[in-house]
Design a protein around this ligand. Sequence first.
Ligand code: PMP
Length: 354
Amino acid sequence: MTVRAELLKNIRNVEPYVPGEQPQKRVVKLNTNENPYPPAPGVKEALANLDAADFRLYPDPASGVLTRALAENYGVGEDQIFVGVGSDEVLALCFLTFFNSGKPVLFPDITYSFYKVWAALYGIPYECPELDRNFRLVKEDYYRENGGIIFPNPNAPTAVYEELDFVEDILHHNRDTIVIVDEAYVDFAGRSAAELIDRYDNLIVTQTFSKSRSMAGMRIGFAMASPGLIECLNHVKYSFNSYTMSRAAQVCGAAAVKDREYFESNVRKIVTTRERVKGELEKLGFLLTDSRANFLFARHPEYDAGRLFEELKEENVYVRHWDDEKIGQYLRITVGTDEEMNVLLDCLKRRLQS
Ligand code: PMP
């Protein structure tokens, strides 16, 4: 086979990540873990104050206003922050930058499916330790020799959260490799590992504006780490996509971070709804993990999740269907507004009781 044919074949063999549907009609959309509430009011104001004439100029490649707002909010140095177009971009850059030792990278066997895609694209070998029966990571599995470690906390799609002492044990046993904690959902869970970045220069924490800050459409993610690691990320970024964040994303992101009160009340609302709906689903006979995210991971012992998924869709309620040969079928349900969740619960009640 020619080099060209081989390259094309290899790329075609990489299974791409398949995101949840983005229906263009009005539906109860509980399938991609977006936030049902609008962003902080300051975001609208920041957008209104933008001068379109400035769009002819490239944005600040260092995203200064956003970096400063984040550094202040998290009590870290500006040289400990790296921003990118959604945390997916930040994570992909991390794979490219830190996971190329040739040794296998470790991530859980049930986890965010993008990790496998990036590993395949960049030719990174990987091993996937199994979760235990309660969907918890087994920390000893991450003490073996590796070329890096990544896991979401809370994990996706299980929504299970590991406490910080667990994260610290993993960091402690892997001083020589990079450990990435993907905290896309941490604001709904508990403490962030960001407080460990001064003590562990092998730690990278990534977060996103897509969930707790209601800005999935603006595409903003960031990493927090020691200055040495952030410098490496900038080195790679400037080597191939010198400008990332748009002017709009930079100012809107900064406005969102500055409104702490709004952020906290937004998160509180989601968590309250999550706990209520979890109770209601349990009353209907569903079995759920201990969700600490903005979504629920549920199965019903007597009803096929694939069928429920299709039936909900017929009623314009979109959730995600998870089918895994080891754990079976689950529904992953984003926590929406109380009204949206009541529509979901009504549909389920009708289906399960008919
Ligand atoms: N990590 C995890 C675990 C996720 O579920 C998601 C959302 N699909 C992301 C990262 C990426 O989020 P974004 O690119 O919107 O910041």
